[in-house]
Design a protein around this ligand. Structure first.
Ligand code: HXC
Length: 263
């Protein structure tokens, strides 16, 4: 049990999908240190569970995915504490680096500051048509601290990222889709269904290939083209020796569904 999130392992037909919901609606799901501890534990449990193959992260309530890091918690924190705790570092190390299985952010409303940054940690974002994205930290006298200046710039390019960070203006769902920040925009009412359906599709894929595909695409985000192409070829070559490759190709030839071993 968690204090600030709920976690549900979805039954069929959403099998093998973990739904994690930020659950501080009264604070628009602001991300305080307990949320971080809860998410770290929930993602570690998801990662360790062989029966779970894709996760969806969303926000409770009708208004917000997450309205940012918790301003009330940060307001009186001394700078030395931010520095000595390497504040915000564990978000990336646990939710991004240590989570090799795919996960989707289903953004149901405001995704501001740390909320936008958390959504961008996902492998991709599916947004409700009511979603709004922004990095308004400048208005608080600070700046992004969980990847906003880096991941947003890589996602939408310098012009829009710079404008958003400097003015604090929000991007609506249509602009976010146009700009490449989100994979897909869906009607607000069907957001969770669509995200869970997409997650179930991923969960039904050969699990090792899913991890491998994620690792490759991330290499494009983090390395040069030459290095990324090597990563791609090496991972492809590893998959070529997998039992699921033999099964997948046999299943195609025999016109049947594959039965995956995950290795
Ligand atoms: C703590 C928050 C919060 C936040 C909202 N709340 N955002 N509490 N941290 N980030 C709380 C409000 O205080 C209020 O609590 C309740 O949630 C409802 O919010 P309202 O403001 O009344 O709602 P509304 O008028 O609809 O406005 C929605 C909003 C606004 C536009 C999203 O709440 C807002 O601008 N929030 C802050 C967004 C932001 O600046 N995010 C970046 C944070 S900094 P009460 O108790 O009054 O009812 C960050 C990284 C910083 O993420 C890095 C620093 C190192």
């Amino acid at each position: 049990t968690y204090e600030t999130i709920t976690v549900e392992q979805r039954p069929e037909p959403h099998g093998a999908v973990t739904l994690i919901t930020l659950n501080r609606p009264q604070a628009l799901n602001a991300l305080n240190s307990q949320v971080l501890e809860d998410l770290i534990a929930a993602f570690a449990a998801f990662e360790a569970d062989d029966g779970q193959r894709c996760a969806v992260l969303t926000g409770s309530g009708d208004k917000a995915f997450a309205a940012g890091a918790d301003i009330k918690e940060m307001a009186d924190k001394p700078a030395a504490d931010f520095y000595l705790d390497d504040f915000f570092a564990r978000w990336t190390s646990h939710l991004v680096k240590a989570t090799r299985k795919p996960w989707i952010a289903a953004v149901n409303g405001f995704a501001l500051g740390g909320g936008c940054e958390l959504a961008m940690m996902a492998d991709f974002i599916i947004a409700s048509d009511k979603a709004k994205f922004g990095q308004p930290e400048i208005k608080l006298g600070v700046a992004p601290g969980m990847g906003g200046s880096q991941r947003l710039t890589r996602a939408v390019g310098k012009a829009k990222a710079m404008e958003m960070c400097l003015t604090g203006r929000m991007m609506d769902a249509a602009e976010a889709e146009r700009s490449g920040l989100v994979a897909r925009v869906v009607p607000h009412e069907s957001l969770l269904d669509e995200a869970l359906k997409t997650a179930a599709t991923i969960a039904a894929m050969p699990p090792m290939a899913a991890i491998a595909n994620k690792e490759m695409v991330n290499a494009a985000f983090e390395t040069t083209l030459d290095q990324g192409l090597v990563v791609e070829r090496r991972i492809f070559q590893i998959l070529a020796g997998s039992e699921d490759k033999a099964e997948g190709m046999a299943a195609f030839v025999e016109k049947r569904e594959g039965r995956w071993k995950g290795r």
